[in-house]
Write a protein that binds this ligand. Structure first.
Ligand code: PMP
Length: 399
């Protein structure tokens, strides 16, 4: 087969990624060997501080989740071997759906196998006469849902409600308009301007889809997410969720009006044609929901660690956006500097995330740091000391 026609000829790593491998600063697919708990992980035979996890409430290792998951696995097996629609619905799925619907104040919930799938399922809602208006920073899974759906997608600059308003005003009055946003944005850790979005949506008759992947369990007095944080739960039409962050396991869900969820159950191909959430994850998610409902102190613990991290980073001269959330991304410039920063942190005993183009714009690579309810003040200070040492070596932040 000639190199021109071989469909595998495209399978080369981008030059920038290739360039990271030789100097030993490649930051992806780093295997975690053990999770001893207490905000730590074992990497390369060494205990390091985990500063790159979305396990904000530190529930993934919680004995109650592990026990609930193990019991369900022993009773119901390792998997369901089928989709929700056919043989794969468990009574446990239905219990989780009912409990989540009651918790969030939505009429109905559909549980699926990942948060990615929950967003992808929405493509069934995006018809040819609809228009999607999305924040430029929304998660890849919502972009993929838009690509699979039939509605055109227009994007507004991150949290730029003037631009959103212009797009709403320009929309064909016959179009059904959906505004797509995240509650807490996954990369920057900042919040959407939900009060502003709700006002605009009401004025222009648009529906709101809120991806609460990062804020479910974390924000709001009851842990119901960004909508509760802003006191605007009834104004959000559809909410998508994941169990892979605050809920410490795996799985996802779509919450919304009963007829919308019933429609998705029968038309969302991402859910219809894929096997359902295994018993262990379903039971662990139920146990996590119980903890979220009854232990607000976990939210306070992570938000206090977040405050310490944020003020410490600001004191080191980094631009720290407002928001108070446990995730902060530091602008470090080009991809190579970012990876040097990342590997410097690992040498100092801190495992962070490197966010490189094309995930972020060229020249604007980020180090993403996050803390959890398990991090003590002393551990947050160790993260800050590591950042300070590496930043000094790399002369960051640049003026
Ligand atoms: N939405 C957002 C905003 C996310 O950050 C993620 C996970 N990175 C997802 C959806 C997908 O969730 P999951 O990991 O459960 O597939």
């Amino acid at each position: 087969m000639s190199a021109v026609t071989d469909p595998f000829s495209k399978c080369r790593l981008p030059g920038e990624i290739e360039a990271l491998i030789a100097p030993g600063v490649y930051p992806f697919y780093v295997p975690v060997e053990e999770r001893p708990g207490g905000g730590e992980a074992v990497v390369g035979g060494r205990r390091v501080l985990m500063a790159g996890s979305n396990d904000y409430l530190a529930l993934s290792g919680d004995p109650r989740l592990k026990e609930a998951g193990a019991r369900a696995l022993r009773r119901l097996g390792a998997g369901n071997s089928g989709s929700r629609a056919l043989n794969g619905t468990l009574a446990l799925h239905q219990r989780l759906e009912e409990e989540l619907a009651a918790f969030l104040g939505h009429e109905a919930v559909m549980v699926v196998s990942t948060g990615y799938q929950a967003n992808l399922a929405l493509s069934a809602l995006f018809g040819p006469r609809d228009l999607l208006l999305a924040d430029r920073d929304i998660h890849a899974s919502l972009i993929d849902a838009a690509r699979l759906g039939l509605a055109p997608l227009r994007r507004y600059r991150h949290n730029d409600l003037d631009q959103l308003e212009r797009l709403l005003a320009e929309a064909d009055p016959a179009a059904g308009v959906l505004v797509l946003t995240e509650g807490m944005f996954s990369v920057g850790g900042d919040l959407c301007d939900l009060p502003g979005i709700v006002k605009l949506a009401e004025r222009h008759g648009a529906r709101i889809v809120l991806d609460s992947a990062h804020d479910l369990g974390l924000l709001g007095p009851g842990g119901r997410g960004a909508a509760e944080h802003f006191g605007l739960q009834p104004a959000v039409d559809v909410q998508t969720l994941t169990f892979s962050k605050c809920f410490g396991t795996l799985g996802g869900a779509v919450a919304g009006p009963g007829h919308v969820i019933a429609y998705l159950r029968h038309s969302a191909r991402a859910a219809l044609f894929s096997a359902s959430l295994p018993p262990a994850c379903t039971a662990a998610a139920l146990a996590a929901l119980d903890v979220v409902r009854t232990e607000p102190e976990r939210r306070l613990a992570v938000l206090s660690a977040a405050e310490r991290l944020r003020s410490g980073l600001a004191a080191l001269g980094f631009a720290v956006p407002a928001g108070g959330t446990p995730t902060v991304s530091l602008r470090v410039g080009d991809a190579m500097t970012c990876c040097r920063f990342w590997s410097g942190l690992l040498e100092e005993g801190v495992l962070a995330n490197a966010m490189l183009p094309p995930g972020v714009p060229e020249g604007r690579a980020l180090i993403r740091l996050s803390v959890t309810a398990a991090h003590t003040a002393a551990q947050v200070d160790r993260i800050l000391d590591a950042v300070s040492a590496v930043a000094t070596r790399l002369s960051l932040p640049a003026g």
